[in-house]
Design a binder for this molecule. Structure first.
Ligand SMILES: Cc1ncc(COP(=O)(O)O)c(C=O)c1O
Length: 380
């Protein structure tokens, strides 16, 4: 895969840090410019159809990405948004319990915290190994458990859970299964309706290469229909065209997922480019991107000096992702190493005391070799 001309320029830097921010492909930059032009000369926004076309096209693209009907996509601005829709929408009963995983990414935990005030108990599972085993989940479910929420690919460890087995455990016990898929979607196949989870939520600004402030969620329609509707939004119920004549101040009964969209759903500056980004990924092919990313991660794992660096993310098997987590064996050296990389114009993250490299479709073998060269020369 060679898409280097479709991204950048990167100011001469090597960005191996997609799990922090994914860059916009050029087609998305052009779409962002179109959105800016519309606002410079607002007569271009006078055609009221653009307010419906922009979200419609994004829904179609995201629906294709995760294999669900576009009408079932809820548009938001983050992973947190979708999880909050659920936290606020489920009809909780006193004594209900939510299971979470300790040390999960904060975005997967915080949406549920306010529910403690509403009589919902939160219980944290501490996995024995580096990722939660489905049997551990099963052993923790009680008759009070209503929902389980976990991150698909862990931001700090690079481990992916066995989403199919986890979903099966939840189904067996009639527990809602919710996944934060932010660190996997864009290079791993995720078909939530097929594997039987109840909801997924994702940000759009990492592996989906959208602008910051994008996200979406999918909630199984049968579950969505049971949620409390709390957020009356005029443009979900009316169009700007309706204002030209008489209209009713009434909530439509056929809103479906749109009832839960973030307000100002025709978010031109963000959604026009994001649509182009996801279309671009789909054109490249998610499976091909996974193979590409996998090869780059392997190149790093295979070539870094293991006498000096230990790998904390999985080095093989289905738990592997495009996130490689490594740490220098010397006391305090990992942080120094991070600084040296930055000075050498190579960007990775420092998370929980480890380096996190996360290559995506725009990265090349040369990028990985540059990273390996600096790592292997470090402290010599
Ligand atoms: C697993 C995971 N979820 C979500 C996010 C971002 O959260 P939000 O989109 O709610 O800001 C991150 C960012 O690092 C993440 O790693």
């Amino acid at each position: 895969m060679d898409v280097t001309d479709d991204f950048g320029p990167f100011d001469g830097r090597t960005w191996i840090n997609c799990s922090h921010q994914g860059p916009l492909p050029r087609v998305a930059v052009e779409a962002a410019q179109d959105a800016v032009n519309m606002k410079i000369t607002p007569h271009r926004m006078a055609r009221s159809e653009v307010f419906t076309e922009v979200p419609l096209r994004l829904r179609e693209t995201l629906g294709q990405l995760v294999g669900v009907h576009p009408d079932d996509i809820i548009l938001g601005n983050s992973a947190s948004y979708g999880l909050n829709v659920l936290a606020n929408g489920v009809r909780w009963r006193d004594g209900d319990e939510i299971l979470l995983v300790s040390e999960d990414f904060p975005a997967t935990i915080f949406p549920w915290l306010p529910l403690r005030e509403r009589g919902v108990r939160l219980r944290f599972i501490k996995p024995e190994g580096p990722r939660l085993d489905p049997t551990e989940l099963e052993s923790q479910i009680t008759p009070a458990t209503r929902l389980f929420c976990v991150t698909w690919v862990h931001s700090f460890t690079g481990y992916a859970i066995d989403e199919t087995a986890i979903a099966q455990v939840c189904r067996r016990h009639n527990v809602m299964c919710v996944l934060n898929v932010s660190q996997g979607l864009g290079y791993r196949q995720m078909k939530p309706a097929e594997i039987g989870v109840d909801a997924i939520s994702s940000c759009g600004f990492k592996w989906l290469c959208g602008p910051y402030g994008t996200g979406f969620c999918w909630i199984r329609p049968e579950l969505r229909d049971t949620l409390v509707y709390t957020q009356g939004y005029w443009l979900a119920n009316l169009t700007a065209n309706d204002l030209r004549g008489d209209f009713a101040y009434e909530i439509r009964s056929d809103l479906g997922a749109r009832a839960y969209d973030l307000f100002c759903t025709a978010n031109f500056l963000n959604f026009m480019p994001w649509t182009k980004s996801v279309e671009f990924l789909l054109k490249c092919g998610i499976e091909k991107i996974e193979v590409h990313n996998h090869a780059l991660a392997s190149r790093l794992i295979d070539n870094v000096d293991r006498d000096r660096f230990e790998i904390h993310s999985p080095t093989g098997g289905p738990a592997r992702s495009s996130i490689v987590v490594l740490r220098h064996r010397g006391e305090g050296q990992t942080k120094r190493c991070f600084e040296v990389l930055k000075d050498q114009a190579i960007d990775v993250s420092l998370r929980k005391g480890s380096l996190r490299a996360s290559p995506h479709l725009y990265n090349t073998e040369r990028d990985i070799d540059r990273l390996v060269d600096v790592l292997n020369a470090f402290g010599r």
